[in-house]
Write a protein that binds this ligand. Structure first.
Ligand code: ARG
Length: 468
């Protein structure tokens, strides 16, 4: 595969070389195949850098203007798809610089004063991630508002709440949805905290030790909208923990989506039959004509694995890396880009799918009727009549065993049948044994009573509006 190159020695850094780079090594070491998407950020960073160089007296006004005009021209070439990317030029930084030199001649050669590709690439990734974090935050909010729209009308829709995937206690569908709202709120919070650490400027660190020029890092930070400046040049060029943090937040978001997906898959099965996914979010089987497969939630659940994998890749990439920049770091990009694209796609498709589900409220209600889900309510009732909870638990346990034998729900037993287990039981027990009564009785902050959930939805709506 590897063969000697008869190409020229690299123009940008070839001064000390006698032999040109092997042709395959050129391809092997190049990142242009994937880092070209950083071009707008690279240009944005270069414009700020050139502005600062001028203000620091390191470029004349004319030179600065030429460089910025050249960079803007390159941006429109990139946007218009006319830019000619070259593998020989290795990466996005050298491609852009080399084109700038084509456009502005010797003036273009001055742009790289007081910087290195090491602080340049770290800046580019941070600018890129900052943008993406903002897009992702908006998508999370959109999903949250769809959840609220759905929850608003379902505070009296009863389904079994599960533990061990066994019907446990009645809850409202709105309450169930609001659990995901809460998870996503924490995700959004984590994302915004991680944004602060992303939004820190490495530029000015140059290769690793800083630079001998009188640069003004505060000014560059201001021009690029960075809230902070990296305080150690070695750390600034080599650190990728901001990206690892992003990937762990992304993993958590996907983990939450995957749980929801799992439930949608179960609920849309014939066995549960609680919901129906819209046709346009499902696919058929090539052999079984009756099938309508929940491919979208299955794929979102599956793609969670990719994000976890990417997080692991970056953690492993950074493990044991000596200071400062090592070429290993070039491997950070694909996992970051892939995670951003995957996460955005999953959030979008999941939100649209959720906005279009059909609820089968009667089936939810009937499933709840079947599972002796009000047994705890009966025990609580007996406690309120003076029994110790453990004693009440035992009484109700025997009552449930009897009901199973009789193939009846607790609420279908007669007062006499119930009184045979404990004579404290009176006519008022039947409200306690009803599903709606069970919901209503859990009437405190954080619980499933319809008025509590309505309040929770109101508060959630307000918080969503407040966060921008
Ligand atoms: N393409 C490189 C990367 O993505 C840019 C930095 C190159 N720096 C270096 N010292 N070779 O990491």
């Amino acid at each position: 595969m590897t063969k000697k190159s008869n190409n020229k020695i690299n123009q940008s850094w070839g001064g000390r070389f006698k032999q040109p780079t092997d042709e395959f090594v050129k391809i092997f070491t190049a990142s242009i195949f994937f880092d070209k998407i950083l071009a707008p950020y690279d240009i944005q960073g270069s414009i700020a850098h050139a502005t600062m160089l001028f203000e620091a007296g390191l470029l004349t006004k004319h030179e600065k203007e030429q460089i910025i005009a050249g960079l803007n021209q390159i941006l429109s070439e990139v946007d218009g798809g006319q830019f000619n990317w070259s593998v020989a030029l290795e990466d996005v930084h050298m491609n852009i610089e080399s084109r700038l030199i084509e456009i502005c001649g010797n003036i273009g050669k001055k742009l790289h004063t007081a910087r290195s590709r090491n602080d340049q690439v770290a800046t580019d990734i941070r600018l890129y991630l900052r943008d993406q974090v903002d897009i992702i935050a908006t998508k999370i909010k959109h999903l949250q508002s769809v959840l609220l729209d759905l929850a608003e009308t379902e505070t009296n829709t009863i389904l079994p709440g599960f533990t061990h995937l066994q019907a446990a206690q009645p809850i409202s569908f709105a309450h169930h949805l609001m659990a995901y709202f809460a998870m996503l709120s924490r995700d959004a919070q984590r994302l915004s905290e991680c944004r602060t650490r992303i939004n820190t400027l490495p530029l000015g660190s140059a290769a690793l030790a800083g630079t001998t020029y009188p640069i003004n890092r505060e000014r560059v930070a201001e021009l690029l909208g960075f809230e902070h400046i990296c305080s150690n040049s070695l750390d600034a060029v080599s650190d990728r923990d901001f990206a690892i943090e992003f990937l762990s937040v992304a993993s958590m978001i996907m983990m939450h989506l995957s749980r929801f997906c799992e439930e949608l898959i179960l609920w849309s099965s014939a066995q549960f039959n609680f919901i129906e996914l819209a046709d346009n979010f499902c696919t058929g089987s090539s052999i079984m004509p009756q099938k309508k497969n929940p491919d979208v939630p299955e794929l979102v659940r599956g793609k969670t694995a990719r994000i976890y994998g990417n997080l692991n890749t970056l953690l492993t990439l950074m493990k044991g890396q000596a200071l400062a920049y090592n070429k290993d770091n070039q491997e950070d990009k694909e996992p970051i880009f892939d995670s951003v694209d995957t996460l955005k796609a999953c959030l979008s498709v999941f939100t649209d799918m959720l906005a279009n589900i059909d609820l089968k409220r009667e089936n939810m209600y009937n499933a709840c009727k079947k599972g002796y889900t009000t047994a705890t309510d009966l025990a609580d009732y007996l406690v309120k009549k003076g029994l110790a909870f453990r004693t009440a638990h035992d009484v109700v346990g025997r009552c449930v065993a009897y009901s199973i034998e009789q193939k009846k729900d607790l609420s279908e037993l007669s007062l006499e049948e119930l009184q045979a287990f404990d004579n404290h039981i009176q006519n008022d027990v039947f409200d306690v044994l009803s599903l709606a009564g069970s919901l209503r009785a859990r009437n405190h902050f954080g619980a499933t009573a319809p008025n509590q959930v309505k309040q929770a939805i109101k508060t959630a709506r307000k918080s969503l509006l407040q966060c921008g």
